[in-house]
Design a protein around this ligand. Structure first.
Ligand SMILES: C[S@@+](CC[C@H](N)C(=O)[O-])C[C@H]1O[C@@H](n2cnc3c(N)ncnc32)[C@H](O)[C@@H]1O
Length: 199
């Protein structure tokens, strides 16, 4: 982890504890779990709440080109840092609740990687967020979300109303705090993909 990132994170958390939701950036183990299903075949990635860029760096290691990354970050200091660190990525200093009102609408992403503290958002906002993401995701695209809690942070009612399902694809004790990763995807998917996941 680059020098000073822990301190940056702690200072950001002191300013906005609910929005930052952790006193330290995610560790490499969680970053590996969040990105394990992503490859060069996935296509452009939308990352929400990248913070200091731990998952962003893992996405580059998976072979995603920097120019295929769109990063949405609310904290100005983090957004500036991300643009310095990933100069070819598209970094937008925005609240995710506003992002579909911008040039982002009608994008075509292969996946969404979310570090957002979803439990701090209102259910209506979570519903609108997922609806927007899936309207701009390719048919096989998935939304990856981690949580420190015991279950998927998206209410079943919201998933059902949008025709989505969630599956826990991993968890780790080697993170502060320990965390689990969920894949949220469309309930009905082409057979080829389902068979690929079973294999
Ligand atoms: C738990 S931290 C995760 C940071 C990073 N992904 C990691 O795992 O180290 C949550 C991040 O989401 C960002 N965030 C929270 N609410 C947001 C919102 N409404 N719009 C954009 N970013 C938001 C915070 O600024 C912070 O960077």
């Amino acid at each position: 982890m680059p020098r000073f990132d822990r301190r940056r994170f702690l200072l950001a958390w002191l300013r906005a504890p609910l929005r930052i939701a952790s006193i330290t950036p995610s560790g490499p183990r969680l970053a590996g779990l969040m990105t394990k299903e992503i490859s060069t075949l996935t296509g452009p990635i939308l990352e929400l709440g990248p913070g200091t860029g731990v998952f962003t760096a893992a996405l580059l290691e998976r072979g995603i080109a920097e120019r295929d990354l769109t990063l949405i970050e609310y904290e100005r200091d983090f957004a500036t840092l991300l643009q310095d660190r990933f100069p070819d990525a598209r970094v937008l200093h925005l609240d995710v609740r506003e992002m579909w009102k911008t040039a982002l609408s009608r994008s075509f992403f292969g996946g969404v990687v979310s570090g957002l503290p979803l439990l701090a958002l209102r259910p209506d906002d979570v519903q609108a967020l997922l609806e927007g993401c899936f309207s701009n995701l390719r048919p096989h695209g998935a939304f990856y979300q981690f949580t420190y809690g015991p279950k998927c942070p998206v209410l079943v009612e919201i998933l059902d109303s949008l025709g989505l399902v969630s599956k826990r694809i991993g968890w780790t004790l080697r993170n502060i705090p320990p965390a689990a990763v969920y894949r949220i995807s469309r309930r009905y998917q082409p057979m080829a993909l389902i068979e690929q996941r079973r294999a």
